[in-house]
Design a protein around this ligand. Structure first.
Ligand SMILES: [Zn+2]
Ligand SMILES: [Zn+2]
Length: 156
């Protein structure tokens, strides 16, 4: 990376392919499908600008019915790695560690509270059946079920 630092305006294309294991509570990057990134690094005074795209396979768990599904996720990257000790992403000597900015960008693009579909009906609180499949005999509509209204309040 030192050539980029010594020569502002100089650019270098970088292609990365690596398995990563980054996760939120209900979403994660599939560790079996390698992350692919295509970045252009450009030297600036005091740092390196990294811009490009990163692609992963994301796996989500529905917060209501616990169904798991996978989907491709592509994220644009535009970050600065700087020698300044206050910088969010630091250059350590000649080393540019691209993992922290890539991880942050990918995790930021993940849903905090994934839903398999906007109108997912979730699981029956009594029998645990998936209410999307109609396999529950109807506990959800049971009159006077004390938690039904409470659950509506908790689940916007
Ligand atoms: Zn669901
Ligand atoms: Zn039920």
């Amino acid at each position: 990376m030192s050539d980029l630092l010594r020569d502002p305006g100089h650019r270098r294309a970088v292609d990365l392919e690596a398995p990563v294991d980054w996760a939120l509570e209900l979403s994660r990057v599939d560790p079996k499908t390698p992350l692919r990134a295509h970045l252009v690094l450009e030297g600036t005074s005091g740092g390196i600008v990294a811009r490009g795209r990163v692609a992963v396979t994301a796996r989500h768990i529905c917060r209501r019915c616990l169904t798991e599904w996978a989907e491709p996720l592509e994220v644009e990257i535009l970050e600065v790695l700087a020698t300044d000790p206050e910088a969010e992403y630091r250059l350590h000597g000649d080393e540019a560690d691209l993992e922290p900015p890539l991880r942050d960008a990918v995790l930021l693009a993940m849903p905090l509270r994934p839903l398999c579909r906007p109108d997912c009906r979730g699981l029956c609180a009594v029998c645990g059946a998936d209410l999307n499949t109609g396999s529950c005999p109807g506990h959800d509509e049971a009159p006077g079920f004390p938690f039904a209204s409470l659950r509506d309040l908790l689940e916007p």
